[in-house]
Design a protein around this ligand. Structure first.
Ligand code: PEP
Ligand code: MN
Length: 416
């Protein structure tokens, strides 16, 4: 791999430091400190251009250091950035920005219209930090979204994520159901039997519960994971459960067929990076106060780490209305589908917090193009350890499944 072979060659020419914050499948950066900076700068390009699929850019600075930045060439993807200059900007201000961009290998173009000047530059989507700090810069506008791997431009076809023998996306509507938290083997078993009767296999159930209050039930933790492992072994259900921190990932991975990232953790970047390093599918829930772009950038963390199996989940956002627990933003479904190739599912349970709303909003999710739902069910919602008020009982669940099958015929979807 690139980062294994490059340092050895570079070391001959100076001291090499790997900039690990950027170390991902898509971007690698090395700092080369060498007394022969000029020489290195001019001699390296022919050598590195021999690596197909990678673009190399050099950044010189005054500390006898060359920053060598590798990024994968994204064929067909060009990101345009517009740098609007202040009317008071001098021609020197403009030349300094242009020179800075050219030093990094870009080909900026200055556009003048009356008194206004603007610099247009096509990039591969990489951040060009601190441009705002240049004198004369007024505003920077990215004409394309900042996510790449998650974008429709990067991949036109819908991604279908496979969880065991079940599929999410590409005409496959997946129902993931189970208790809010796993409570006992008996209850888990009863739910697993109901899923089997409905020809479903994906069972949700939290072992670690990220609760707003430290006094609320926190889940059974590692005992809960053991319980999930037991029910998987006994019944063949596939487990969808949450990893709340980096430390728990190893053990959750052993039990789960799909790992959930909860709303409160959508921007836990170390967790996202860790999940980028595994191959199990990830169910990424939208942060309750996060924008659609932030959700896709969170997905980008996982994708750029190398894990392509990401399913997005709309679970309601915080608005001024407190009648429902959150406001289910169903328009996020077509929005995400337009912007991204990743499958999108809907969680009407956490979105509404109301049991009587789950059936209509599940139907709505299917109707608006979602690739599945994640819902809470329990044999006795009134005795559930958490979230009973938004949990369907098993009879209600059966009735919902009947409705979804009817709608699926019209929508030409395969429920699984
Ligand atoms: C859950 O699905 O178990 C959960 C806690 O949901 P959220 O992270 O969306 O609040
Ligand atoms: Mn819950």
């Amino acid at each position: 791999m690139i980062w294994q072979c490059i340092p050895a060659s570079l070391k001959k020419m100076g001291t090499v430091h790997e900039h690990s914050a950027f170390l991902s499948v898509q971007q690698v950066e090395f700092y080369l400190y060498s007394p022969f900076v000029k020489f290195v700068f001019w001699e390296l390009p022919p050598f590195f251009s021999a690596m197909p699929g990678w673009r190399v850019t050099f950044h010189k600075n005054r500390f006898a250091c060359v920053i060598i930045h590798f990024s994968r060439v994204m064929t067909g993807m060009i990101f345009v950035m517009l740098i609007f200059m202040k009317n008071s900007a001098s021609s020197g201000d403009i030349s300094r920005v242009v020179a800075h961009l050219e030093e990094q290998g870009f080909k900026p173009e200055v556009i003048t219209s009356g008194d206004s000047r603007m610099i247009q530059v096509a990039t591969d989507g990489r951040d060009i930090p601190s441009l705002e700090a240049f004198d004369g810069v007024n505003r920077i506008v990215h004409t394309e979204p900042r996510f790449r791997l998650a974008s429709r431009e990067f991949k036109k076809m819908d991604t279908v994520v496979e969880v065991g023998d079940r599929k999410i996306g590409g005409g496959n509507f997946c129902v993931i159901a189970g208790p809010c938290a796993v409570e006992s083997i008996e209850i888990a078993h009863e739910i697993a039997m109901v899923l089997a009767r409905e020809n479903l296999k994906l069972m949700r159930g939290g072992a670690f519960k990220p609760r707003t209050s430290p006094y609320s039930f926190q889940g059974l933790g590692y005992n809960g994971l053991e319980l999930l492992a037991e029910i998987r072994k006994k019944t063949g259900v596939l487990i969808v459960t949450e990893a709340i921190d980096v430390e728990s990932v190893d053990r959750v991975e052993k039990v789960a067929e799909m790992i959930q990232v909860g709303s409160r953790n959508m921007q836990n970047f170390s967790l996202l990076k860790r999940l980028g390093k595994i191959s199990k599918p990830i169910l990424l829930k939208r942060g309750m106060s996060s924008t659609i772009e932030e959700l896709l950038l969170a997905a980008e963390y996982i994708l750029s780490g190398g894990n392509n199996n990401v399913v997005l989940c709309e679970r309601g956002i915080r608005t001024f209305d407190s009648f429902t627990r959150n406001t289910l933003d169903l328009s996020a479904v077509p929005a995400l589908k337009e912007l991204s190739h990743l499958p999108v599912i809907v969680d009407p349970s956490h979105a509404t917090g109301r049991r009587s709303f789950i059936q209509p909003m599940s139907r709505a999710a299917m109707a608006c193009g979602a690739d599945g739902i994640l819902i809470e069910i329990h044999p006795h919602p009134e005795h559930a350890f958490s979230d009973g008020g938004q949990t369907l009982d098993l009879t209600e669940f059966k009735s919902l499944m009947g409705e979804l099958h009817e709608l699926a015929k019209i929508m030409k979807l395969k429920v699984n």
